[in-house]
Structure formats: structure tokens, C-alpha cells
Design a protein around this ligand. Sequence first.
Ligand SMILES: [Zn+2]
Length: 278
Amino acid sequence: MTPSPRLLLTIDYESWFAPSRRYDFLSPEKRRALDDNFARDVIDRILEVLKDVKVSFYLVGELVEWYPDLPQKIFDAGHEVGFHCQIHRPLTILSDIEHDLQTSITWRRQYKVRGFRAPMINTVEGVYPLLEHNGFTYSSSLYAPAGTILRKGNIWELPVSTLPLLGKPSSFLAPRRMNLPLVLGGEFPYGSSMMSGLFPKTVLKIIENEFKAGLSPVIFLHPYEIVSPAGWPKRFARDMIANPLLYPFTINKLSFLNDLLKSFPISTLENYINGIAQ
Ligand SMILES: [Zn+2]
């Protein structure tokens, strides 16, 4: 059974520096100093903005270590607590993924984590058996046209939404990330906050059309796009000079989020998956 159309709104809950690869191999202490309580301090404001609307938060586990109150606040507000890996960096080697899953086991159990979102929406087919083994029921770690629901062994894969402009693709093997082949293949990855940063009105219009077609789009935002960090975006200038594609992640999307909240019915992915599984 396909549940009724809704917007599957997700927040990849990570520090402000996570889009850049410059900090991946710093010591955790240095990353914590860089975060400087940002991820701890903005959660209250974000929960306030969401009010009664329930969404899926995919948390970076390192933040749970630094700020143990963080998952509890999200959980107590009735949102889904999902997993965005223990440390936010490219994870496409199975032994690295396995290690990352091991180090996060305690808090994932505590908050009944069932959903997985790979950092940078970049994963490999071999991740699915590992997820199953670790108690997950679903993943949202590919890009694919809205309405695509895949079964990977016993794991559901509910991809971040694209709009296919040149006909629907037929193969959905990981990795399906935002890269040139995906875009040249005619898919507009409107579920990414990169696109809602650059083209917010277009993305809203697309979501409206997807609803008319009976589809449930999956889109993501980040905390630093809802509440801008202090000294923003200057603080991120070196990263943007090195990689100008990071610029759209620094655009504040609070008014886009407010438009979503007032325009569409919204639910967590966990809720949606439970509807399919019945
Ligand atoms: Zn991320």
C-alpha cells in the first residue's frame, strides 16, 4: 500500500562546517571547538519553527557525544531520530562504514534509530546488509525520481527526490549521488538544499506538481540553513573559495521552510515506511 501523499521533510543535523571536506580528519576535539556549541544552541529555535509538524532528523553521532541533550530534545518533541553517521565524511568503504556503525551503537539503540542517511547522499550497495544487521529498517541515501521506493534485501530505500526531465531512469544502484552524470541524465535534484538555496520558488512549484501527481517528495535541509551561524557566511569563506559549489549551503532557507510548513502535509520517513510495510 502506498501511503497518502505528503512531504517527507528531513534535516541532516550536522555542524556548520560539514559541507566542506577540509575538516574531516581533524581531531574530534578540534571539530568540537570549531562547532563552538552551534549545533547545541540552534536546536531549540529549529524545534520552535517546526511547532507541531514532525520531521526526520538524521544526526551526526559526534554531536550526540558532544551534546547528549540534543537527541533527547528531538525525541521528546516527537520527531524521528535517524543516523547521519558518527563522523560526517565520505563513507564508501565497507570496513569504514562498519566501524562507524559500531561506534554509534549505544546512542542508536537508546533512541530507537531505524533510518539511515549517508553523508553527501553517497553510499554503496554493500551498505544495505550492514544496515539490516544494525537494526535499521530504511535508508534515504540515493537520489532518484519522487515516487521511487526500492527494496534492498530487507531494507527500504526511499531516495532524495529528483525530477526526471528526460524520462525515468531504470537502474537505481548505489551510488546515485549528485554529480554530472546524474544531472546530464536529465535529473533535477530538487530534494537537495543546494537547489532550494538557488531556486526556492522553482522547488516549491515542483513539489506542488508532485503532489498533484500523487507523489511524496523527499527533501533535506541543514541546521545552518535554518539558523545562520555567527559571522556567517564569512566564517565559511575559505571553503567557498576552494569549492564555489558550497555557496548555496550558506543561503538562509528559513522562509523556504516556513513556506513548506504552511503549504504541505508533512511526515517523517519512518511513519511513511510504516505505512508501506503494513
Ligand atoms: Zn550531511
